[in-house]
Design a protein around this ligand. Structure first.
Ligand code: AMP
Ligand code: MG
Length: 402
């Protein structure tokens, strides 16, 4: 088994993304739709503004009446937001008007308050106003029947406000994929319990939950499972209502790494199980019964890095998004040696510079068990397989972590 060729990272990701499809659509109340991905267009149910409105506080007048200033006009009424002046505005008349209020019929411009003085029933206009000034025309923002937000769009706050304005209180979005996962290892206990003398606390369950949640998935935590074929099989069966199964640990080739063995005897077909990367060589992907199955390495940093590179984009794809891994550039703060055949993801700090690329500096120690370094890292410096040694100041690709 040891001489199975290692799969390149990009190919591994492409194969995983190919194996998943977007979840079916469901109705989502707009107020709960942040981050959701539209499965259908959002169509405006009304025209906005519904009629010509004033964009300022001031007076609605006829431009022809204020070409020569000062002009003295008769104040005949008012048009507040939510109300309207009910009559036609005639020559020589002005209507007090407020921001967002409908333009009275017969008027064609707004004189802003600052350019006027009022005396009882009269207004003195001190500046001429062009026809159309300070008026928001009906339909300026959008018109009934227009596609405001297209299918495939991920909703941010402004989109939600926009849908609300279109009078669309419920949107159609892809269901969030439910991702079941468990850790394997006799040494593991859950956080908050008291570990035995040879035990450690599982960091991967909660770390993975956070990544899944942040990517738009619904985490389903099946806990920590002993290194035992039957225990692993029965844990996996609890995933049957989920959209994807993720295992943590037990994925390499040690005597106690039983995930592949246990699940292969229970409906798993493996697509690949070794990727040319560091951290995280023992990464498995396949199909367990009907669902995609991702086997992440147990080392906490490897688990997180592999989840960021493979699971997060998969959850995006399951919601109908195309979310490539977005690299940016940085300058090395410290030289790096030549790389071997595995794509390397180095934990590093990233310092912004006002007049150049940010500076990335890899931590001295890159042990894949060190969560302190992963937590302190701002980015991962990505080094291609066989990259030559790089000097301080050289430009490299980085993947920002926060
Ligand atoms: P494995 O992939 O099972 O060989 O695990 C590799 C290393 O990661 C071992 O040192 C494990 O103790 C550790 N490990 C595995 N799973 C977890 C976990 N859920 N939380 C923290 N450490 C883990
Ligand atoms: Mg183990």
């Amino acid at each position: 088994m040891g001489d199975t060729p290692l799969m390149p990272v990009a190919e591994a990701r492409a194969r995983i993304l190919e194996a998943v499809k977007p979840m079916v659509p469901e109705r989502v109340p707009l107020a709960k739709s942040l981050g959701r991905v539209l499965a259908g267009n959002v169509v405006a149910q009304r025209t906005q503004p519904p009629s010509d409105l004033s964009a300022m506080d001031g007076y609605a007048v006829r431009a022809a009446d204020v070409t020569i200033v000062p002009a003295r006009l008769k104040l005949v009424g008012e048009s507040p937001a939510g109300g309207a002046y009910p009559r036609l505005l005639h020559e020589g008349e002005a209507v007090r008007i407020f921001t967002g209020a409908p333009l009275p019929q017969g008027s064609d411009t707004i004189v802003i308050q600052e350019n006027t003085e009022s005396y009882g029933d009269y207004v003195i206009v001190r500046e001429p106003a062009k026809a159309g000034a300070h008026i928001r025309r009906a339909g300026l923002d959008f018109r009934e029947g227009e596609v405001g937000l297209p299918a495939g769009r991920q909703l941010y706050a402004a989109d939600i406000a926009y849908a609300a304005a279109m009078n669309v209180p419920v949107v159609i979005a892809h269901r969030r994929p439910k991702i079941a996962y468990f850790s394997t290892g006799n040494e593991l206990v859950l956080p908050g319990t008291t570990p035995g003398p040879n035990q450690i606390v599982s960091s991967n369950n909660d770390g993975l939950a956070a990544l899944i949640e942040g990517a738009g998935g619904v985490p389903f935590d099946l806990g920590v499972i002993d290194d035992d074929v039957i225990a692993i099989q029965s844990a996996a069966r609890h995933a049957q209502d989920s959209d994807m199964l993720v295992t943590l640990g037990g994925a390499s080739v040690g005597d106690h790494d039983l995930v592949q063995k246990a699940l292969s005897a229970d409906g798993l077909t493996v697509d690949f199980w070794r990727v040319a990367m560091r951290p995280g060589k023992p990464l498995m992907f396949g199909r367990y019964r009907e669902m995609p199955m991702l086997g992440l390495p147990g080392n906490p940093v490897s688990a997180l890095v592999c989840a960021i590179l493979f699971l997060v984009p998969t959850i995006a794809a399951m919601q109908g998004l195309v979310a490539p891994i977005r690299m940016t550039q940085a300058k090395l703060g410290k030289a790096l040696g030549a790389n071997d055949q595995r794509e390397d993801y180095l934990r590093a700090t990233l310092t912004e510079r006002p007049d150049s690329l940010p500076v990335a500096e890899a931590f001295e120690r890159q042990d894949s068990s060190m969560l302190s370094a992963m937590s302190a890292a701002d980015c991962l410096i990505v080094r291609a397989p066989h990259a030559a040694a790089a000097a301080e100041g050289d430009v490299v690709s980085v993947l920002r972590l926060r």
